[in-house]
Design a protein around this ligand. Structure first.
Ligand code: NAP
Length: 278
Protein backbone atom coordinates (compact mmCIF):
# COMPACT_ATOMS: atom_id res chain seq x y z
CA UNK A 1 0.00 0.00 0.00
CA UNK A 2 1.28 3.46 -0.86
CA UNK A 3 2.34 5.61 2.09
CA UNK A 4 0.11 8.57 2.97
CA UNK A 5 3.15 10.35 4.42
CA UNK A 6 4.49 13.27 2.37
CA UNK A 7 8.24 13.52 1.97
CA UNK A 8 9.76 16.85 1.01
CA UNK A 9 13.30 17.01 -0.27
CA UNK A 10 15.16 20.33 -0.18
CA UNK A 11 18.12 20.34 -2.56
CA UNK A 12 17.80 18.12 -5.62
CA UNK A 13 21.42 17.57 -6.51
CA UNK A 14 23.09 14.18 -6.65
CA UNK A 15 21.90 12.90 -3.27
CA UNK A 16 18.47 14.50 -3.34
CA UNK A 17 17.82 13.01 -6.77
CA UNK A 18 19.12 9.59 -5.64
CA UNK A 19 16.65 9.66 -2.77
CA UNK A 20 13.76 10.69 -5.03
CA UNK A 21 14.65 7.93 -7.49
CA UNK A 22 14.97 5.24 -4.80
CA UNK A 23 11.69 6.14 -3.09
CA UNK A 24 9.84 6.22 -6.41
CA UNK A 25 11.26 2.88 -7.54
CA UNK A 26 9.98 1.23 -4.35
CA UNK A 27 6.42 1.98 -5.53
CA UNK A 28 5.50 2.71 -1.91
CA UNK A 29 5.02 6.41 -2.52
CA UNK A 30 2.87 8.07 -5.11
CA UNK A 31 4.76 10.70 -7.09
CA UNK A 32 2.30 13.25 -5.65
CA UNK A 33 3.53 12.51 -2.13
CA UNK A 34 7.14 13.31 -2.95
CA UNK A 35 7.86 17.03 -3.03
CA UNK A 36 11.04 18.86 -3.77
CA UNK A 37 12.64 22.25 -4.06
CA UNK A 38 16.05 23.28 -5.38
CA UNK A 39 17.20 26.86 -5.64
CA UNK A 40 18.31 26.32 -9.25
CA UNK A 41 15.42 26.69 -11.71
CA UNK A 42 17.04 24.36 -14.26
CA UNK A 43 17.36 21.68 -11.60
CA UNK A 44 13.70 22.07 -10.62
CA UNK A 45 12.69 21.64 -14.28
CA UNK A 46 14.95 18.59 -14.62
CA UNK A 47 13.51 16.93 -11.51
CA UNK A 48 9.94 17.60 -12.64
CA UNK A 49 10.50 16.20 -16.11
CA UNK A 50 12.61 13.22 -14.99
CA UNK A 51 10.64 12.02 -11.98
CA UNK A 52 7.20 13.62 -12.34
CA UNK A 53 7.07 14.48 -8.65
CA UNK A 54 5.71 17.74 -7.24
CA UNK A 55 8.32 20.45 -7.55
CA UNK A 56 7.58 23.52 -5.44
CA UNK A 57 8.93 27.06 -5.53
CA UNK A 58 10.34 27.57 -2.03
CA UNK A 59 11.68 25.87 1.07
CA UNK A 60 8.62 27.01 3.04
CA UNK A 61 6.15 25.48 0.59
CA UNK A 62 7.91 22.12 0.93
CA UNK A 63 7.98 22.37 4.72
CA UNK A 64 4.31 23.30 4.98
CA UNK A 65 3.15 20.39 2.83
CA UNK A 66 5.45 17.62 4.09
CA UNK A 67 5.60 15.56 7.24
CA UNK A 68 9.19 14.44 6.63
CA UNK A 69 11.55 17.17 5.41
CA UNK A 70 14.86 15.90 4.07
CA UNK A 71 17.60 18.51 3.69
CA UNK A 72 19.99 17.48 0.92
CA UNK A 73 22.05 20.61 0.37
CA UNK A 74 25.81 20.88 0.82
CA UNK A 75 26.98 21.33 4.42
CA UNK A 76 27.96 24.95 3.78
CA UNK A 77 24.39 25.74 2.62
CA UNK A 78 22.58 24.06 5.48
CA UNK A 79 22.43 27.02 7.87
CA UNK A 80 20.58 29.10 5.32
CA UNK A 81 18.09 26.27 4.72
CA UNK A 82 17.65 25.51 8.43
CA UNK A 83 16.82 29.16 9.09
CA UNK A 84 14.10 29.04 6.44
CA UNK A 85 12.80 25.69 7.69
CA UNK A 86 12.77 26.99 11.29
CA UNK A 87 10.44 29.87 10.40
CA UNK A 88 7.61 27.36 9.91
CA UNK A 89 5.42 25.44 12.31
CA UNK A 90 7.25 22.12 12.65
CA UNK A 91 4.81 20.46 14.99
CA UNK A 92 4.35 16.81 14.00
CA UNK A 93 7.11 17.02 11.38
CA UNK A 94 10.50 15.34 11.21
CA UNK A 95 13.56 17.21 9.95
CA UNK A 96 16.03 14.86 8.30
CA UNK A 97 19.54 16.08 7.53
CA UNK A 98 21.74 14.28 5.03
CA UNK A 99 24.63 16.72 5.40
CA UNK A 100 28.06 15.26 6.03
CA UNK A 101 29.75 16.40 9.22
CA UNK A 102 26.93 18.50 10.67
CA UNK A 103 25.83 17.21 14.06
CA UNK A 104 22.28 17.20 15.35
CA UNK A 105 23.31 19.47 18.25
CA UNK A 106 24.07 22.21 15.67
CA UNK A 107 20.99 21.53 13.59
CA UNK A 108 18.58 21.90 16.53
CA UNK A 109 19.90 25.41 17.27
CA UNK A 110 18.11 26.71 14.20
CA UNK A 111 14.82 24.97 14.82
CA UNK A 112 12.03 25.50 17.32
CA UNK A 113 12.46 23.69 20.64
CA UNK A 114 11.47 20.02 20.63
CA UNK A 115 11.66 19.66 16.83
CA UNK A 116 12.19 16.04 15.88
CA UNK A 117 15.55 15.83 14.10
CA UNK A 118 17.16 12.81 12.47
CA UNK A 119 20.57 12.80 10.83
CA UNK A 120 21.39 10.29 8.10
CA UNK A 121 24.37 9.33 6.00
CA UNK A 122 23.11 7.60 2.85
CA UNK A 123 25.00 6.89 -0.35
CA UNK A 124 24.24 7.20 -4.04
CA UNK A 125 23.15 3.56 -4.43
CA UNK A 126 19.90 4.63 -2.72
CA UNK A 127 18.82 5.53 -6.25
CA UNK A 128 18.49 1.82 -7.11
CA UNK A 129 17.41 0.48 -3.72
CA UNK A 130 20.92 -0.71 -2.82
CA UNK A 131 22.01 2.15 -0.59
CA UNK A 132 23.74 1.90 2.76
CA UNK A 133 22.17 4.34 5.18
CA UNK A 134 23.16 5.07 8.78
CA UNK A 135 20.76 7.09 10.92
CA UNK A 136 20.85 8.72 14.32
CA UNK A 137 18.39 10.88 16.22
CA UNK A 138 19.04 14.12 18.06
CA UNK A 139 18.70 14.12 21.83
CA UNK A 140 14.95 14.02 22.45
CA UNK A 141 13.92 12.66 19.07
CA UNK A 142 11.29 9.98 19.61
CA UNK A 143 11.76 6.35 18.65
CA UNK A 144 8.59 6.78 16.60
CA UNK A 145 10.27 9.42 14.41
CA UNK A 146 13.47 7.41 14.09
CA UNK A 147 11.32 4.41 13.15
CA UNK A 148 9.57 6.43 10.42
CA UNK A 149 12.88 7.51 8.92
CA UNK A 150 14.19 3.96 9.12
CA UNK A 151 11.11 2.74 7.27
CA UNK A 152 11.53 5.43 4.62
CA UNK A 153 15.18 4.63 3.99
CA UNK A 154 14.51 0.88 3.95
CA UNK A 155 12.79 1.57 0.64
CA UNK A 156 16.18 2.62 -0.70
CA UNK A 157 18.62 0.18 0.88
CA UNK A 158 19.99 -1.25 4.10
CA UNK A 159 19.57 0.86 7.22
CA UNK A 160 21.55 0.82 10.46
CA UNK A 161 20.85 2.89 13.56
CA UNK A 162 24.11 4.23 14.85
CA UNK A 163 25.47 6.34 17.70
CA UNK A 164 26.13 9.85 16.38
CA UNK A 165 29.77 9.70 17.47
CA UNK A 166 30.37 7.25 14.60
CA UNK A 167 28.76 9.41 11.91
CA UNK A 168 32.06 10.81 10.57
CA UNK A 169 33.49 7.28 10.32
CA UNK A 170 30.37 6.18 8.45
CA UNK A 171 30.71 9.20 6.13
CA UNK A 172 34.24 8.13 5.19
CA UNK A 173 33.28 4.50 4.70
CA UNK A 174 29.81 4.07 3.21
CA UNK A 175 29.17 7.71 2.24
CA UNK A 176 32.38 8.20 0.27
CA UNK A 177 32.94 4.48 -0.27
CA UNK A 178 31.22 4.20 -3.65
CA UNK A 179 33.81 6.58 -5.12
CA UNK A 180 36.64 4.38 -3.85
CA UNK A 181 34.97 1.28 -5.26
CA UNK A 182 34.50 3.00 -8.65
CA UNK A 183 38.23 3.68 -8.81
CA UNK A 184 38.83 -0.01 -8.15
CA UNK A 185 36.33 -1.02 -10.84
CA UNK A 186 37.91 1.39 -13.30
CA UNK A 187 41.36 -0.02 -12.53
CA UNK A 188 40.12 -3.59 -13.01
CA UNK A 189 38.64 -2.56 -16.36
CA UNK A 190 41.84 -0.79 -17.41
CA UNK A 191 43.69 -4.01 -16.70
CA UNK A 192 41.31 -5.84 -19.03
CA UNK A 193 41.93 -3.26 -21.74
CA UNK A 194 45.68 -3.66 -21.25
CA UNK A 195 45.23 -7.36 -21.86
CA UNK A 196 43.31 -6.72 -25.08
CA UNK A 197 39.66 -6.83 -23.95
CA UNK A 198 37.24 -4.29 -25.40
CA UNK A 199 36.47 -1.41 -22.99
CA UNK A 200 32.75 -2.31 -22.78
CA UNK A 201 33.52 -5.95 -22.05
CA UNK A 202 36.09 -4.94 -19.47
CA UNK A 203 33.61 -2.68 -17.65
CA UNK A 204 31.00 -5.45 -17.59
CA UNK A 205 33.48 -7.95 -16.19
CA UNK A 206 34.84 -5.52 -13.60
CA UNK A 207 31.45 -4.24 -12.39
CA UNK A 208 29.75 -7.64 -12.25
CA UNK A 209 32.77 -9.14 -10.45
CA UNK A 210 32.61 -6.37 -7.83
CA UNK A 211 28.84 -6.75 -7.46
CA UNK A 212 29.06 -10.55 -7.13
CA UNK A 213 31.94 -10.42 -4.65
CA UNK A 214 30.07 -7.90 -2.47
CA UNK A 215 26.85 -9.90 -2.64
CA UNK A 216 28.69 -13.05 -1.53
CA UNK A 217 30.02 -11.28 1.56
CA UNK A 218 26.54 -9.95 2.40
CA UNK A 219 24.61 -13.16 1.70
CA UNK A 220 27.03 -15.63 3.35
CA UNK A 221 28.14 -13.38 6.21
CA UNK A 222 31.60 -14.93 5.77
CA UNK A 223 34.80 -13.07 6.56
CA UNK A 224 36.14 -11.67 3.26
CA UNK A 225 39.49 -13.38 3.90
CA UNK A 226 37.74 -16.77 3.94
CA UNK A 227 36.04 -16.03 0.61
CA UNK A 228 39.35 -14.80 -0.79
CA UNK A 229 40.95 -18.12 0.16
CA UNK A 230 38.33 -19.95 -1.91
CA UNK A 231 39.60 -18.13 -5.01
CA UNK A 232 43.28 -18.53 -4.26
CA UNK A 233 44.40 -22.04 -5.18
CA UNK A 234 47.90 -23.14 -4.18
CA UNK A 235 50.41 -22.32 -6.91
CA UNK A 236 47.59 -20.85 -8.99
CA UNK A 237 46.98 -17.61 -10.86
CA UNK A 238 45.26 -15.46 -8.22
CA UNK A 239 48.10 -15.62 -5.69
CA UNK A 240 50.38 -14.00 -8.27
CA UNK A 241 48.02 -11.03 -8.48
CA UNK A 242 47.53 -10.85 -4.71
CA UNK A 243 51.28 -10.51 -4.19
CA UNK A 244 51.18 -7.39 -6.38
CA UNK A 245 48.25 -5.98 -4.39
CA UNK A 246 50.18 -6.46 -1.14
CA UNK A 247 53.38 -5.03 -2.66
CA UNK A 248 51.45 -1.92 -3.70
CA UNK A 249 50.02 -1.51 -0.21
CA UNK A 250 46.38 -1.44 -1.33
CA UNK A 251 45.03 -2.18 2.15
CA UNK A 252 46.94 0.69 3.79
CA UNK A 253 45.88 3.04 1.00
CA UNK A 254 42.20 2.16 1.41
CA UNK A 255 42.37 2.49 5.21
CA UNK A 256 44.04 5.88 4.82
CA UNK A 257 41.49 7.01 2.20
CA UNK A 258 38.52 6.25 4.46
CA UNK A 259 40.26 7.87 7.43
CA UNK A 260 41.00 11.04 5.47
CA UNK A 261 37.40 11.29 4.21
CA UNK A 262 36.16 10.83 7.77
CA UNK A 263 38.57 13.47 9.06
CA UNK A 264 37.29 15.88 6.41
CA UNK A 265 33.71 15.30 7.62
CA UNK A 266 34.84 16.20 11.12
CA UNK A 267 36.64 19.30 9.84
CA UNK A 268 33.56 20.43 7.91
CA UNK A 269 31.66 21.26 11.05
CA UNK A 270 34.70 22.89 12.63
CA UNK A 271 35.09 25.03 9.51
CA UNK A 272 31.47 26.16 9.72
CA UNK A 273 31.61 26.80 13.46
CA UNK A 274 32.12 30.54 13.05
CA UNK A 275 28.84 30.77 11.16
CA UNK A 276 26.98 28.45 13.51
CA UNK A 277 28.08 30.38 16.57
CA UNK A 278 26.88 33.74 15.28
N1 NAP B 1 26.76 12.90 -3.11
C1 NAP B 1 26.87 11.91 -2.25
O1 NAP B 1 27.35 10.81 -2.58
C2 NAP B 1 26.39 12.07 -0.83
C3 NAP B 1 26.35 10.95 0.04
C4 NAP B 1 25.88 11.13 1.32
C5 NAP B 1 25.49 12.37 1.79
N2 NAP B 1 25.56 13.44 0.96
C6 NAP B 1 25.15 14.75 1.49
O2 NAP B 1 24.04 15.20 0.75
C7 NAP B 1 24.07 16.61 0.66
C8 NAP B 1 23.92 17.02 -0.79
O3 NAP B 1 25.05 16.53 -1.52
P1 NAP B 1 25.03 16.45 -3.10
O4 NAP B 1 26.22 15.69 -3.51
O5 NAP B 1 23.67 16.02 -3.55
O6 NAP B 1 25.24 18.01 -3.45
P2 NAP B 1 24.79 18.77 -4.76
O7 NAP B 1 24.81 17.85 -5.93
O8 NAP B 1 25.59 20.03 -4.80
O9 NAP B 1 23.24 19.13 -4.47
C9 NAP B 1 22.79 20.12 -3.60
C10 NAP B 1 21.73 20.92 -4.32
O10 NAP B 1 21.08 21.78 -3.36
C11 NAP B 1 21.00 23.09 -3.95
N3 NAP B 1 20.88 24.11 -2.93
C12 NAP B 1 21.83 24.83 -2.30
N4 NAP B 1 21.28 25.71 -1.43
C13 NAP B 1 19.93 25.53 -1.50
C14 NAP B 1 18.83 26.15 -0.86
N5 NAP B 1 19.00 27.14 0.02
N6 NAP B 1 17.59 25.70 -1.15
C15 NAP B 1 17.40 24.71 -2.06
N7 NAP B 1 18.41 24.12 -2.74
C16 NAP B 1 19.67 24.51 -2.45
C17 NAP B 1 22.30 23.18 -4.71
O11 NAP B 1 22.35 24.28 -5.59
P3 NAP B 1 23.82 24.97 -5.84
O12 NAP B 1 24.57 23.99 -6.67
O13 NAP B 1 23.52 26.24 -6.53
O14 NAP B 1 24.47 25.17 -4.51
C18 NAP B 1 22.31 21.83 -5.41
O15 NAP B 1 21.49 21.79 -6.56
C19 NAP B 1 25.40 17.09 1.26
O16 NAP B 1 25.18 17.66 2.53
C20 NAP B 1 26.22 15.83 1.36
O17 NAP B 1 27.07 15.85 2.50
C21 NAP B 1 25.99 13.32 -0.34
Amino acid sequence: MASAEKVGIIGSGKMGAALISGILKSNKYSSQNILSYDKILERRKYIKSTYGIRVLESVSEVVKESSIIAIAVKPQDIIDVLKQVGENDLNGKIILSLAAGISTSYIVRYLPKNTEVVRAMPNLACSIGEGMICITGSRGTSTLSIGKIKKLFELTGKVILIDEKYMDAVTGLSGSGPAFVYVFIEALADAGVRLGLQRETSFTLAAQTTLGAGKLVVSTGEHPAKLKDLVVTPGGTTIEGLIEIEKGGLRAIVIEAVSKASEKAYQLQKGLKKYFDK
